[in-house]
Design a protein around this ligand. Structure first.
Ligand SMILES: [Zn+2]
Ligand SMILES: [Zn+2]
Length: 257
């Protein structure tokens, strides 16, 4: 069995129950539905509470941060809600020209990191073209075991290495299957087995050979197969290892041992 460590069931065209059923039929037995927008939290938590095999998280995506504090209060209010196993996604995104002010992104990111430390919750981090500032904030928050995960990782081995030293895991999405992603596959080969996770980030980033269609958790095995090749292990071993890693990182998971 595989675990999709990062998906957004609330953004899929299909009803969550249908996506979950198709995932299970494809061997993806457990999912983490990541909250990215406070306006969706109730929807995310309703799925988590209704469906078997789904964990949840609450956070504000760096592209969704605003100067108002009400959305942040909504994160704080739900940090200990049943089914919430992590904070995020949060982080820094400098790749999008329409991205919110960088200082504001950094302020919210630091708040998620502090709240995670306070609650003993791992933090799910989105980082694009913001390597130095991301690392500076992770350093400032300090090392901590099972601190969180750099999700949908597309940056350098040097960045992964420093984050791993601070207690973070590294998760790869369908991008690692893309033809032009040879450098990223080299990074994936270097990540220590016990710090590796796999995700879809559905509905975005469908893996090869499904590029161009809407991604969904059922497509995770394609990405897992490529990651297994990178690590030089069988798909079964990769599935076992990443499931074990998921359980260790997201200690509040409903996934039984
Ligand atoms: Zn993201
Ligand atoms: Zn995401």
């Amino acid at each position: 069995m595989l675990v999709d460590s990062h998906c957004h069931l609330d953004y899929l065209d299909a009803p969550p129950e249908e996506s979950i059923a198709r995932a299970k039929a494809a061997g993806v037995a457990h999912l983490l539905c990541v909250g990215a927008d406070p306006e969706h939290f109730d929807r995310v938590l309703a799925v988590v509470q209704r469906a078997e095999g789904v964990d949840g998280s609450v956070g504000i995506h760096p592209l969704a941060v605003t100067a108002e504090l009400a959305p942040w209060d909504a994160v704080v209010a739900r940090a200990s809600a049943p089914g919430v196993v992590a904070l995020g996604e949060t982080g820094l995104d400098y790749a999008d020209p329409a991205a919110p002010d960088r200082a504001l992104q950094g302020e919210r990111f630091a708040q998620h990191l502090a709240l995670g430390a306070e609650h003993g919750l791992p933090v799910i981090i989105h980082t694009r073209e913001a390597r130095e500032d991301t690392l500076a904030l992770l350093r400032a928050a300090g090392p901590r075991p099972e601190a969180g995960v750099l999700h949908c990782f597309t940056e350098s081995w040097e960045m992964a290495e420093e984050a791993i030293a601070l207690g973070y895991y590294v998760s790869f999405s369908g991008i690692v299957t893309f033809k032009n992603a040879a450098a990223l596959r080299e990074v994936a080969a270097k990540v220590p087995a016990e710090r590796l996770l796999v995700e879809t980030d559905a509905p975005w980033l469908a893996p090869v050979p499904h590029r161009g269609r809407q991604n969904e958790p059922a497509l995770l095995p394609h990405t897992a197969a490529v990651l297994a090749q990178c690590q030089g292990v069988s798909p079964e071993a990769l599935a076992r290892q990443t499931t074990e890693n998921y359980r260790r990182l997201f200690a509040r998971t409903s996934l039984s041992a």
